[in-house]
Ligand binder design. Structure first.
Ligand code: PLP
Length: 473
C-alpha cells in the first residue's frame, strides 16, 4: 500500500486505451473520480490493471480452487445478490447450507444418533476460530465447575509446529497460549512421543492437522486419540482433553481417497472438524465448514438466533453478511459429483502428483518429503552437495529455481520448514483438480529446462544462503 507523497505522483496516471471515448481523461488511482465513466471503459481499465498478474491455474502454491465448471460459475453469478445470513429472506439458501452440513457430518462419520451441528464459514480460518472458541468456552465452563481458578493461568492449545497462521491468530485474538510441539527433519507431523508433555489442566484441546500446510502430511489422529483416551480415563470427572481436526485440505480429500483411514468422528475424542470448501471441496474461495460432533461441544453462549420463516434459526459464524453464492457453489459440487465423482477427481489428481514427484526425483538433485502418495502435494528439498549427472555442482538454491519457474509462468514457492527443522528449505507443489496430465507434462518440461538453465546461468551470491522470503504460511 502506498501513502502520502509517494502516492501523489501516481494519482494522475490511469489512462484509457486508444479509440476509447474517455481517451484523454484523467482518472485518479487513489481518490474517487468525480464523474462516472462508461461501464465498458471501467471494466477495460480494471482488466488492464490485472493483466500482468499470475495465471491462477499455473499457481502451484495455492490449495485454493482455481477452476469450476461453467454451470457452477453461472449459478454462482446468479446468486451473488443473496445474503447468506438473511435466513428468512433466503430460506432455500439456508436449506442448501443445512444440506451441506449434513453431507459433511455424514462424510466425517458423525455418530448416527448424535445431535451434530455445523455451519458454513468464509474459509478454514473462520472455521478454526469458531472451533477454538468452542473449545475455550467449554473448557472454562468445565474448569469452573471443577473448582479450577481459570484466571490463574492462560488457557493453552497444543499443536505441531507445522500449523497454519490462523491458529496463531486465534491464540492472539482469544488470549490463549499456543503450545507448539516442534517438528523434526524426519517427522514433520505431530510428535506423539512428546505431545502429552504439553498437556495440563489449562489445555483447551489439541489440534490435529489433516494435511499440514508445509508438506501436506497427515498427523496420526488415531494414535493421538489413543493417547487422549488414556489421559481422559486417568482424569475421569475432571479435566477432559478434546481434539479438533484442522482438515483444511485433507477434510475433503481423505474421505474419498482413504475412506478406511480413521481420523474423523469415528474417533471418540474428535469433537470438531473444520475444512475449506475452497480447497479439495472444489469450490472457488471463500467457503469453509465446521462441524461439532454434538451440541455439548458448542457452548450455548456461542449460538445466536436469527429469524427464519417466522421462527428462529441458530447461527454461530463470526462474519455476518456475505454472499450465498459460495454455499450454492459448494452444494452444486456435492450434487454434481457425488461420492464417485469426488473420488475420481481426487484419485486422478493424486496420480498426477505422483507423476510429477517421480520426474522430480529422477533428476537426482532433490530429496522428497512428500511424493503425493496421500495428499497430492509434492514437497522436496535440494540434496546437500547436489550435483548434475555430469558432475556439475549445483550452486543455486530453491529460491533461484522458483524465480526461474516464474519466468515460465509457474508459481512454485520455496520456504523454510517450521521450528525444529527451520534450517531446511523446501519447495512445494500443490496439485489441484484442474492440473491435467497435459499441463503436468508441460510443467515437468519447464522444470527440466529451468534446471538446465540454472546449470549454465551465473547465479550470484546465493550459495549456502537461506531465507524466508517469497512465501508465508
Ligand atoms: C492446515 C490449514 N489450516 C487452515 C488454513 C486456512 O485456510 P483458509 O485459507 O481456508 O482460511 C490453511 C490454509 O492453507 C491450512 O492449510
Amino acid at each position: 500500500m502506498l501513502y502520502g507523497e509517494e502516492n501523489k505522483a501516481k494519482l494522475r496516471s490511469m489512462t484509457f486505451g486508444y479509440g476509447s471515448k474517455e481517451k484523454g481523461s484523467v482518472i485518479p488511482r487513489y481518490r474517487l473520480n468525480e464523474e462516472s465513466i462508461d461501464p465498458d471503459a471501467a471494466k477495460g481499465l480494471i482488466m488492464n490493471q490485472l493483466l500482468d498478474e499470475g495465471n491462477s491455474r499455473l499457481n502451484m502454491a495455492t490449495f485454493c480452487q482455481t477452476y469450476m465448471e461453467k454451470q457452477a460459475v453461472e449459478l454462482m453469478a446468479e446468486t451473488l445478490d443473496k445474503n447468506a445470513i438473511d435466513k428468512s429472506e433466503y430460506p432455500q439458501v439456508a436449506e442448501l447450507e443445512n444440506r451441506c452440513v449434513n453431507i459433511l457430518a455424514h462424510l466425517w462419520n458423525a455418530p448416527k444418533k448424535s445431535d451434530y451441528l455445523g455451519t458454513s464459514t468464509v474459509g478454514s480460518s473462520e472455521a478454526c476460530m469458531l472451533a477454538g472458541m468452542a473449545m475455550k468456552f467449554r473448557w472454562r465452563n468445565r474448569a469452573r465447575a471443577c473448582g479450577l481458578d481459570v484466571n490463574a493461568k492462560k488457557p493453552n492449545l497444543i499443536m505441531s509446529a507445522a500449523y497454519q497462521v490462523c491458529w496463531e491468530k486465534f491464540c492472539v485474538y482469544w488470549d490463549v497460549e499456543l503450545r507448539v510441539v516442534p517438528v523434526t527433519r524426519s517427522n514433520m507431523t505431530l510428535d506423539l512421543d512428546t505431545v502429552m508433555d504439553y498437556v495440563d489442566e489449562y489445555t483447551i484441546g489439541i489440534v490435529g492437522i489433516m494435511g499440514t500446510t508445509y508438506t501436506g502430511e497427515y498427523d496420526d489422529i488415531k494414535a493421538l486419540n489413543f493417547l487422549v483416551d488414556g489421559y481422559n480415563k486417568a482424569h475421569e470427572g475432571g479435566h477432559e482433553l478434546v481434539i479438533h481436526i484442522d482438515g483444511a485440505s485433507g477434510g475433503m480429500f481423505a474421505p474419498f481417497t482413504e475412506p478406511e483411514l480413521e481420523w474423523d468422528f469415528r474417533l471418540e475424542h474428535v469433537v470438531s472438524i473444520s475444512t475449506s470448501g475452497h480447497k479439495y471441496g472444489l469450490t472457488y474461495p471463500g467457503v469453509g465448514w465446521v462441524v461439532w460432533r454434538g451440541k455439548e461441544y458448542l457452548p450455548e453462549e456461542l449460538i445466536f438466533r436469527v429469524s427464519y420463516l417466522g421462527g428462529e434459526m441458530p447461527t454461530m459464524a463470526i462474519n455476518f453478511s456475505r454472499s450465498a453464492s459460495q454455499i450454492v457453489g459448494q452444494y452444486y459440487n456435492f450434487l454434481r459429483f457425488g461420492r464417485q465423482g469426488y473420488s475420481h477427481i481426487h484419485l486422478k489428481t493424486r496420480e498426477i502428483a505422483g507423476l510429477i514427484a517421480d520426474r522430480i526425483e529422477h533428476t537426482g538433485l532433490f530429496e522428497l518429503y512428500n511424493t503425493g502418495s496421500r495428499m497430492p502435494i509434492v514437497c522436496y528439498r535440494l540434496k546437500p552437495n547436489a550435483q548434475y549427472r555430469d558432475g556439475t555442482k549445483v550452486v543455486w538454491n530453491l529460491y533461484d529455481l522458483s524465480d526461474r519457474l516464474r519466468m515460465h509462468g509457474w508459481q512454485v514457492p520455496a520456504y523454510p520448514l517450521p521450528d525444529g527443522a527451520e534450517e531446511v528449505t523446501v519447495q512445494r507443489i500443490v496439485c489441484r483438480a484442474d492440473l491435467t496430465f497435459n499441463l503436468a507434462e508441460a510443467f515437468v518440461m519447464d522444470f527440466r529446462e529451468c534446471l538446465d538453465d540454472l546449470k549454465n546461468a551465473h547465479v550470484l551470491c546465493n550459495e549456502g544462503k537461506t531465507g524466508s522470503y517469497g512465501f508465508t504460511h
